[in-house]
Design a protein around this ligand. Structure first.
Ligand code: KIV
Length: 314
C-alpha cells in the first residue's frame, strides 16, 4: 500500500474531505494508528511532555526526534509521517535548519518535516522545499515559544494578531509549505485562514472549520494524567485500563496464579529427576567437563515463544 502524499492532501482539501492526523512516538502505537486509517502521523516534540515528562517541549533533541521517527516509520505503511524540528534545530539559520532536516530525512526517512513559525521561518521553508523536503508549517500557539507567549494561550484574538497570523500562513504557502497546523486560534479565524489559503489547514484547538484535525495521541487515549487540554476529548481511557491491568498482574504474581502452565516451558521428567538425584548427593559434575548448552534453533525458539516466526517466503 502506498503512502499518503502532500498532493493527495491538497486534493482532499479541494474535495472537502477531512484529514485525520495524530501524534505517534513509538512502533506499536504507529502500527495501530496506521491500521486505523490516520492520514498523517506526526512525531511531535510534544513527546517531551507526554512521553519524557518534561514541563515543556524545549528539552527535546534532534536525536530524540530521529530515534522516534525511525520507530514510527518502521511501524507504518500508509500514513504520511512528519518529523518535528525540535527547539534549537532551526532557530539559528537556514543552513542549520537544512542540516537538521536533512539528518531527519536521511536517518529516519519520514515523508516531511514540520517547523514552528510563520514569516520568520519562510526563507528556511523555501530552502527546504527547494531541496526536496516537504514542509508542514505551524502557527498560532507555537509551544517552543511558550516562554514568550506566557503559557499555552489562545492566539490571534485581536484584529492585529489575527492579521499577522493570516499573513504568516500566506507566507508559508508562498514559501512552498504543503500544509499548516493552526494551534489554539479562534474558530472563526481558522475558518477565514482555511478559506484564504490553498494548502490544507490542520487544527488543534482551532475549531471545526479546518481542513483536518490533529491531536496528541496521549490526550485522546487518556494516557496523560497531568492535565487534559480544553481542546481535546478522551476517546478512550487507556491509562485507567493499564492501571487495572497492572493491578491484576500484581495480584496474580503475589497469589502465584501467574505464570501458570500455559506460560511455562516443560522438560523431560528423567532429566530433572537425574539432576535432583545428583543434587541430593552433592555430586555436581566437574564444571570443566560441562558442555555448552546447545543453541536454541529457530523452530524451538518459535515453539517456546522467544523468537518471532520467520517471515513466509514469496
Ligand atoms: O509536537 C506536537 O505534537 C505538535 C502538535 C501539537 C501539532 O506540534
Amino acid at each position: 500500500m502506498s503512502r499518503v502524499t502532500p498532493d493527495q492532501l491538497r486534493e482532499m482539501k479541494t474535495r472537502g474531505e477531512r484529514i485525520a492526523m495524530l501524534t505517534a512516538y513509538d512502533y506499536p502505537t504507529a502500527q495501530i494508528l496506521d491500521a486505523a486509517g490516520l492520514h498523517i502521523l506526526l512525531v511531535g516534540d510534544s513527546m517531551g511532555m507526554v512521553v519524557l515528562g518534561h514541563p515543556t517541549t524545549l528539552p527535546v533533541t534532534l536525536d530524540d526526534i530521529i530515534r522516534h521517527t525511525q520507530a514510527v516509520v518502521r511501524g507504518t505503511e500508509h500514513a504520511l509521517i512528519v518529523g518535528d524540528l525540535p527547539f534549537g534545530s532551526f532557530q539559528v539559520s537556514t543552513e542549520e535548519t537544512m542540516r537538521a532536516a536533512i539528518r531527519i530525512m536521511k536517518e529516519a526517512a519520514p515523508q516531511a518535516v514540520k517547523l514552528e513559525g510563520g514569516r520568520r521561518v519562510a526563507a528556511s521553508v523555501r530552502a527546504l522545499t527547494e531541496a526536496g523536503i516537504p514542509v508542514m508549517g505551524h502557527v498560532g500557539l507555537t509551544p517552543q515559544s511558550v516562554n514568550v507567549t506566557g503559557g499555552f494561550k489562545v492566539q490571534g484574538k485581536t484584529e492585529r494578531a489575527a492579521r499577522l497570523l493570516l499573513d504568516d500562513v500566506l507566507a508559508l504557502e508562498e514559501a512552498g509549505a504543503f500544509a499548516v497546523v493552526l494551534e489554539l486560534v479562534p474558530a472563526e479565524l481558522a475558518r477565514l485562514v482555511t478559506e484564504r489559503t490553498s494548502i490544507p489547514t490542520i487544527g488543534i484547538g482551532a475549531g471545526p472549520y479546518c481542513d483536518g484535525e490533529v491531536q496528541v495521541v496521549h490526550d485522546i487515549m487518556g494516557l496523560f494524567p497531568d492535565f487534559t487540554p480544553r481542546h481535546t476529548r478522551r476517546f478512550a481511557e487507556l491509562g485507567a485500563a493499564m492501571r487495572e491491568a497492572a493491578q491484576a498482574y500484581v495480584a496474580e504474581v503475589r497469589e502465584r496464579t501467574f505464570p501458570a502452565a500455559a506460560q511455562s516451558a516443560k522438560m523431560s521428567a528423567e532429566v530433572i529427576a537425574a539432576l535432583r538425584a545428583e543434587d541430593a548427593q552433592g555430586a555436581a559434575p566437574d564444571a570443566s567437563s560441562q558442555e555448552e548448552p546447545p543453541a536454541v534453533s529457530q523452530a524451538e525458539g518459535e515453539a517456546d515463544g522467544y523468537a518471532p516466526p520467520k517471515p513466509a517466503r514469496n
